[in-house]
Design a protein around this ligand. Structure first.
Ligand code: GDG
Length: 457
């Protein structure tokens, strides 16, 4: 049975030699082999204006179709920067202060979802097809697809938290959006807690009947399951052990010259807790003068959604706090906070993971957080400080778990990480590594697709 993947982005990008090549990223890596084997299509918005509306890929020996849904600037502003980034993203992450419930966003979101659905229907000729939609950009497409292809098997994976029902219902269009999703046969989220929230939303807001993990609503049945995503474990392992990465890591340690290195790596997003992390590091320095000169905190923040006001505001605030900390504490050759606002290659990121004694991964909310898994895979003996408000925390009890809003607790956890004895460090890391090995992204894709097939039978 062929597969059609529908996602905000397409899985290819223009490479240096001008040819279209697979883009880097867990989702692409997990799903391209399946598409190559089974045939089908990948449908996405495709931001590159040079991307043809429809092409067979790879050009030399095609296995599947890449289909672009071209969007006008107004559509992009309403559907992506508006509804996705200013409405669904903040509400799902419990960040109501960033929520902008503009009805124009929803109007455009409806029509763009319909356009995605039309493209799917054009690509999917027969009914014995699996269609897999990705994420919060596409909540309404399933209902249109279902109408035109009643017998297709429809799955949806939600990559961010599904919030508590009482939070989800803040959305003025909560019921309409949920109804759209209930045309799927399978909805996947990262952890059981999000499954419970989804079921509760359907029960309370739509009066749907819930039977175990299955929702019965208006004659259709939707199963909701936890499928925690993983990373490309083997590739990360090899990258981490490569000469390029170990060389870079050694040079980084030499350049910083401190006994300890603590890292943070995130898209610069208000959900990732960068600001409160910096403030906790400041508290750590205030409380522990004996560490002055011997710890460097290296924060990489990748530019993200830079057109959205709240992201620009966050950038200014981070700049300010970094300046304040360094202004107060730096001395001689020691700079306490090394802050980089730019993107890196995966090899470079891997070198940071490898060089670090501890990683501070402290989102205020996160669906999963795969940086955690990348760090665990790459490090040889690093300690992990992890926010308990991430999906990853449910799966990784061996991490030092913290509440990211607890500045004193976070500051204390930094000290604990640096002073942890070798034996405890090793035992915790073994537990973490063994979980991450099992969370491989290929396994995630197979697990979801196998379950989807069962729902379709
Ligand atoms: C969503 C959910 C869920 C970051 N900077 C650079 C770079 N990255 C890579 C990291 C990692 C990825 O981006 C970020 O993954 P996260 O999981 O932290 O977060 P989101 O982007 O918010 O993703 C999240 C995920 O979907 C999967 O379901 O875990 O909860 O929010 O892989 O390494 N990569 C490169 N250069 C950078 O500068 N190459």
């Amino acid at each position: 049975m062929s597969l059609t993947v529908v996602a905000n982005r397409v899985p290819i990008r223009r490479s240096d030699d001008g040819e279209w090549a697979p883009s880097v990223g867990g989702l692409t890596t997990a799903l391209l082999p399946v598409l190559r084997q089974r045939g089908g299509a990948w449908i996405g918005m495709g931001e590159d204006p040079d991307l043809p509306e429809r092409q067979l890929f790879p050009a030399a020996d095609p296995d599947f179709t890449v289909r672009r849904v071209p969007l006008s600037q107004d559509e992009l502003d309403g559907y992506y920067y508006g509804m996705a980034n200013r409405v669904l993203w903040p509400v799902s992450h419990y960040m109501i202060q960033h929520f902008e419930p503009n009805p124009d966003f929803m109007e455009i979101y409806r029509s763009v979802n319909k356009r995605f659905a039309d493209a799917v229907v054009e690509e999917v000729a027969e009914d014995d097809q699996q269609i897999w939609l990705q994420d919060y950009h596409l909540m309404l497409a399933p209902q249109h697809i279902r109408k035109a292809r009643p017998d297709a098997t429809l799955g949806h994976f939600w990559h961010i938290p599904w919030p508590a029902m009482e939070v989800f219902r803040i959305l003025p269009w909560a019921r309409e959006l949920l109804r759209g999703m209930l045309h799927c046969d399978l909805v996947g989220v990262h952890v059981e807690e999000y499954v419970d929230n989804f079921l509760e939303s359907a029960r309370v807001l739509l009066g749907a009947e819930i039977e175990g993990q299955t929702i019965h609503y208006e004659g259709h049945t939707t199963r909701v399951e936890a499928h925690p995503i993983g990373i490309e474990v083997e590739r990360f392992k090899q990258m981490a052990a490569s000469d390029e990465v170990t060389g870079k890591a050694a040079r980084l340690r030499e350049r910083l010259g401190t006994e300890y290195i603590v890292i943070g790596i995130d898209r610069l997003d208000y959900t990732k807790g960068v600001l409160s992390r910096l403030e906790a590091f400041e508290r750590f320095l205030e409380d522990n003068p004996e560490y002055h000169g011997s710890v460097s905190f290296y924060q990489i923040a990748t530019p993200s959604r830079t057109q959205v006001d709240s992201y620009q505001q966050l950038k200014r605030e981070v700049d300010e706090v970094v300046g304040r900390i360094n202004g107060q504490f730096a001395r001689d050759n020691w700079v306490p906070v090394n802050y980089r606002y730019r993107t890196y290659t995966q090899f470079e990121l891997c070198a940071f993971y490898r060089a670090a004694d501890a990683a501070l991964i402290t989102p205020l909310r996160d669906g999963m957080n795969v940086v955690t898994q990348e760090f665990i895979t790459a490090t040889e003996n690093g300690a992990l400080i992890l926010s308990e408000l991430t999906g990853a925390a449910y799966l990784l009890p061996e991490a030092i778990q913290v509440n990211p809003y607890d500045r004193d607790g976070l500051a204390a956890s930094i000290r604990m990480a640096l002073e942890m004895d070798e034996e405890e460090r090793t035992t915790r890391l073994q537990g973490l590594k063994s979980t991450v090995e099992k969370l491989d992204v290929q396994r995630w894709a197979r697990g979801f697709l196998d379950s989807l097939q069962q729902q379709g039978q």
